[in-house]
Ligand binder design. Structure first.
Ligand code: DGY
Length: 417
């Protein structure tokens, strides 16, 4: 075992809080939804029991309506804002009230494949949780049946302060009933985090939805931010393919057909978001009705879940190569050179191991193995040089944000396997 693999495993062990892994100490002291799904895939490579535990502990936070929240507050901590008292949710274990990209079923299939026959019951219980969540996505976040699921808060994308949200967030008031007490900038330099104004809008949205008692139908009507989002839908579709695979494996034919219908709907809808002039896919702002053309990584995430015609795939890859030219670490989360691009500020430019992981899978799926290999090499060397940072400045390669980061450790293990 190399030193880096050993170090990655050590980070996952250090961030263990009892069957679940915090993204990093202090900055993120609870269980985060998509972080845990990536971590479970990392564990699946050497400790399958622990991989199942990660998903099982996350599923403890699942709401009666099927939503799996973005944070599960298993134990108190005063190093994070906003905590449970801001969210005012009603689930048994305190949780946030919004969700996050549904990587869960992608992870579940990998964990199941790594397990032996005896684990079937464990997979089945988690499969049922995932199915309930996917049904929630289509009912609560696509009530009109378009095939694209909508986000009501930028935190649901995981790409909190992406330029993709700038226009939609500009309409969200900066007034809050909850005082904004930022703890994040006590752990990480403010230049690497969202701005104060972003936080006021983030919390305005939380206040608004808490006032709806987290009722999905009421939130849908009152939401000042509503984006039919391409990255989340692509992840949901890939997860849906994996869920359908598990349903068929378990002989659950009716459910498999139901999932296949969700998948077909989303596949068609994502394809409809391809913009040849941009060589990428775009999200739609459901409040203004306009395309979101901001140049971010999300535009290429559909490669993960679609088998594109060769001409489309090579146009997308040519565009990805243009964005990556001259960078020390690809793939930038905002196109370099744009006014919105900030190479150190969180989701406004930096390269992230888990985004690269998803892009690499998508490139391979679409026969673009050469660029996938370049991206894999660039990601692994960034981590080997700088350590397991939250993300990387694409120009200098510098490790930024939180350190000793669980999903970067999981990405390393996965990409190195
Ligand atoms: C944060 O607090 O920065 C998180 O990304 C929200 O999930």
């Amino acid at each position: 075992m190399t030193d880096h693999i050993q170090e990655a495993r050590r980070i996952l062990a250090v961030n263990d809080r009892g069957g679940y892994t915090v993204p990093t100490d202090r900055l993120y002291p609870f269980q985060w939804n998509w972080d845990s799904a990536f971590v479970a895939m990392g564990f699946a490579l050497y400790d399958v029991d622990r991989a199942y535990r990660e998903l099982e502990r996350l599923a403890e936070g699942q709401w009666a309506d099927g939503m799996i929240p973005h944070i599960v507050f298993h134990q108190p901590s005063d190093t994070y804002f906003p905590g449970p008292s801001v969210w005012r949710t009603k689930h048994g274990i305190p949780t946030s009230g919004i969700t996050q990209p549904p990587v869960f079923a992608i992870a579940l299939r990998q964990v199941h494949d790594a397990a032996d026959e005896g684990a079937r019951e464990r997979t089945l219980a988690l499969y049922l949780a995932a199915l309930k969540w996917h049904r929630w996505w289509y009912a609560a976040r696509d009530p009109e049946g378009t095939g694209l699921v909508a986000l009501l808060h930028p935190w649901e994308s995981g790409s909190d302060n992406s330029p993709a949200w700038d226009a939609a967030m500009a309409r969200v008031p900066t007034t809050t009933t909850t005082p904004v007490v930022r703890k994040d900038i006590g752990h990480v330099h403010a230049d690497m985090r969202p701005r104060d104004e972003d936080y006021r809008r983030f919390i305005h949205l939380v206040d608004t939805y808490a006032d709806c008692d987290w009722n999905p139908a009421e939130q849908w009507v009152r939401a000042p931010f509503k984006v039919a989002e391409i990255q989340t839908t692509a992840i949901l579709l890939k997860a849906g393919e994996d869920l359908e695979h598990l349903a068929r494996l378990f002989g659950r034919t009716e459910e498999a057909e139901e999932i296949a219908a969700f998948n077909a709907l989303s596949r068609k809808a994502i394809l409809g978001q391809w913009r040849p002039a941009l060589s990428r896919f775009v999200s739609r702002d459901l409040v203004s009705g306009a395309d979101i053309e901001a140049a971010t990584q999300a535009g290429f995430l559909p490669l993960l879940a679609l088998d594109l015609e060769a001409a489309m795939a090579s146009a997308a890859v040519a565009e990805m190569r243009r964005w990556s030219a001259g960078l020390k670490v690809a793939f930038p989360t905002t196109k370099p050179g744009l006014a919105a691009y900030e190479p150190k500020r969180y989701w406004r430019g930096p390269a992230w191991g888990i985004i690269n992981w998803l892009l690499i899978e998508g490139l391979r799926r679409n026969g673009e193995g050469a660029f996938a290999e370049e991206l894999r090499g660039s990601t692994l060397s960034a981590i080997e040089r700088e350590g397991f940072a939250e993300y990387f400045d694409p120009e200098t390669g510098e490790g930024c944000g939180g350190l000793g980061f669980s999903w970067t450790a999981a990405a390393y293990l996965w990409l190195k396997r």
